[in-house]
Design a protein around this ligand. Structure first.
Ligand SMILES: [Fe+2]
Ligand SMILES: [Fe+2]
Length: 297
């Protein structure tokens, strides 16, 4: 097995943004486009993302997880460009993707992620359509992919799992819990949001955390907040680490953390798993190690 079973990156917010036609800017897209022109395009830098991906590939992780926000305002051209980018990351069998709010920015784009990026969001079991959660087994890992990507009004960036997905998630965790698997939950929005992030929270986070507290998981990976974060969630036997990673394209000079990604070395067996996390990211000299810690509680 490779030293790192898993690498996690998120929120690349791919640039350059294709030039939108005027008609495409109706509704929420106009605010997002102005936002991009005024500031976000200076934050999300292709050269930084390329450096992150180069460094990540040099570590030869067993699998790569990407937790959303490939797009910015969900233009048709963003979906085709993002598919080409995913294809450069690795074959779909080795790369798992879950969508973020910018990948379902407006109602007319709600189905575009499934249409363009399906191979990266498919479970092991053959299914007629993309459905969340999906499950992929890779060695001792079970990757459980969720979608919180729903269109929202302007100035809102909330996410929602919805009752049906939550019911399936509960059933999935219960089933996987009977097998000797290290369960990794992939979700774009964080399971806990600070009060100042109310307009970008996961609206049914409480129900999500309740299911985790009853059925357990070994690791939750998310993006969305564009910063390094670690919170411990209640589990049935032990606390569950939930780890957020910055945008993989972020500049050194913004209010967010610079571009980074995390690597996970997983050993042991059920009841006695060990999980080491290594964060690597952008600094003034290039890409280097930021921190290394064992995720134990
Ligand atoms: Fe994002
Ligand atoms: Fe997001």
């Amino acid at each position: 097995m490779p030293p790192y079973a898993l690498a996690h990156l998120s929120d690349p917010h791919l640039a350059p943004m294709p030039r939108p036609r005027l008609a495409q800017l109706a509704g929420k897209r106009i605010t997002g486009y102005l936002n991009w022109l005024r500031g976000r395009r200076k934050i999300h830098v292709s050269a930084n993302l390329n450096a992150i991906v180069r460094d990540l590939k040099a570590q030869s992780p067993g699998h790569i997880a990407v937790t959303g926000d490939l797009a910015n305002i969900s233009l048709p051209g963003e979906f085709t460009a993002a598919r080409a980018w995913l294809d450069t990351l690795g074959p779909a069998a080795d790369v798992t993707f879950v969508p973020g709010n910018h990948d379902a920015y407006v109602r007319e784009a709600a189905d575009a992620a499934a249409l363009h990026w399906a191979p990266y969001m498919q479970g092991d079991a053959a299914a007629p359509k993309i459905e969340f959660p999906f499950v992929r087994r890779r060695g001792p890992l079970a990757l459980i992919g969720l979608s919180t990507a729903v269109p929202t009004p302007p100035f809102m960036a909330t996410g929602q799992l919805g009752d049906e997905q939550l019911t399936r998630f509960e059933r999935t965790l219960a089933q996987l819990g009977k097998e000797p698997l290290f369960r990794v939950v992939l979700i774009h929005h964080p399971p806990v949001s600070a009060p100042e992030n109310h307009s970008k929270r996961l609206t049914d986070a409480e129900a999500f955390r309740k299911i985790l507290s009853q059925h357990g998981a070994d690791l939750v990976l998310h993006g969305h907040d564009h910063v390094h974060s670690l919170v411990w969630l209640d589990g049935p036997k032990a606390k569950i680490p939930a780890v957020g990673v910055p945008s993989a394209s972020a500049t050194l000079h913004s209010k967010y953390d610079p571009a980074a990604y995390n690597l996970y070395r997983i050993d042991g067996a059920p009841g006695a798993w060990t999980c080491e996390m290594v964060s690597r990211g952008l600094n003034s000299g290039g890409i280097g190690e930021i921190k290394r810690q064992m995720l134990v509680n």
